[in-house]
Design a protein around this ligand. Structure first.
Ligand SMILES: [Zn+2]
Ligand SMILES: [Zn+2]
Ligand SMILES: [Zn+2]
Length: 329
């Protein structure tokens, strides 16, 4: 018997959000036979997940006060709210308000994972698109975990879920378990292959973010054993480093878009322009040099990176500049 039609359709805000999230991962782990199917699944997965994330973040803000879900809170009024006739808060502002108004703490990784999703969504919505399929899948997985973690920590303590909402959440959790098992299998396979090929220098992949990227070693070619990504020119370490910056450091994109140079530095070990440095990452994508924070510094005279041999004795200039200084005198 088919459903009788002509009924009102209703979704609560949370139900709507969870439903989008579930729809985003319903075909996971992806197992299809054509590229066309794969492309379509990934695309709609990204779009649906983005909608789900926005709604769930918004639902927490809404719980605090409906005024906060207006992008411009000065324009908030009851009638517009009742008519749903307003521009609602964008995801960046949403997170800022959750932090500032609701005292919600997002870890750096959670923010990074949600930001990565936002970037791919923009790619699909506003530009043409080129990215590795496993990398997209991995980013979707991470974003799903980040948003469900948010729900568990920051939503369930202030709302009681309705039965329909709870059922959706349970289904999502079940899916996450399946996805975890699947990615664990992929990781095991990647590790096995790394052992077989005897690769030694493994770093975080600039494409998928997993620690499976083998830097060139003993004539081997650089590649990610998890997602398969490799630079166009097989030994182009600058491309790897640039890609790392592009995906991991938001400002890297801005710098690129302005046509300015990316912050790649000359490596104090090998002298190659492939050293990446940020708050918690220091690595040469040419020689693999991976110093601790206190082991390197920028020279106050020539501005190049140099190795700090003994931190207590360091005078803030590199050995070469020091030598020049001594010779001059
Ligand atoms: Zn990868
Ligand atoms: Zn180096
Ligand atoms: Zn110097």
């Amino acid at each position: 018997m088919s459903l009788s039609r002509g009924k009102q359709i209703q979704f609560t805000l949370i139900e709507n959000g969870l439903d989008f999230v579930l729809t985003a991962i319903k075909d996971y782990p992806i197992n299809v036979s054509t590229e066309a199917e794969m492309k379509r699944i990934l695309k709609y997965s990204v779009l649906h997940l983005s909608s789900g994330v926005e709604l769930l973040l918004k639902s927490r803000l809404h719980k605090e006060n409906w005024v906060y879900i207006f992008q411009d809170m000065n324009k908030a009024n009851t009638q517009k709210y009742i008519d749903r006739d307003f521009v609602s808060v964008d995801s960046k502002t949403n997170i800022e308000r959750l932090e500032n108004i609701c005292n919600i703490v997002f870890s750096e990784n959670e923010k990074k994972d949600l930001e990565a999703l936002r970037k791919i969504r923009n790619g699909f919505e506003h530009f043409d698109f080129l990215e590795n399929d496993i990398a997209i899948e991995t980013k979707i997985e991470k974003a799903v975990k980040a948003i469900i973690n948010f729900v568990a920590k920051n939503l369930l303590n202030v709302v009681t879920l309705k039965d329909t909402e709870q059922a959706l959440l349970d289904e999502i959790k079940q899916k996450i378990i399946e996805i975890n098992i699947y990615s664990k299998e992929l990781e095991n396979l990647a590790n096995e292959q790394i052992n077989i090929d005897n690769r030694q220098k493994i770093i975080f992949c600039p494409e998928c973010g997993k620690e499976f990227f083998a830097l060139d070693d003993d004539g081997g070619k650089m590649k990610c054993y998890y997602c398969g990504w490799r630079p166009q020119d097989e030994n182009d370490r600058v491309q790897v480093a640039t890609k790392y910056l592009y995906t991991n450091i938001a400002s890297g994109c801005l710098i690129l878009d302005n046509g300015e140079q990316l912050p790649l530095y000359e490596c104090p070990e090998c002298g190659f322009q492939a050293f990446v440095i940020d708050d918690n990452y220091r690595k040469c994508f040419n020689c693999g040099y991976n110093p601790e924070k206190e082991e390197i510094a920028f020279c106050n005279k020539c501005n190049l990176l140099y190795k700090v041999e003994v931190p207590e004795d360091d005078i803030g200039i590199c050995p070469e500049c020091f030598l020049n200084f001594v010779i001059k005198d």
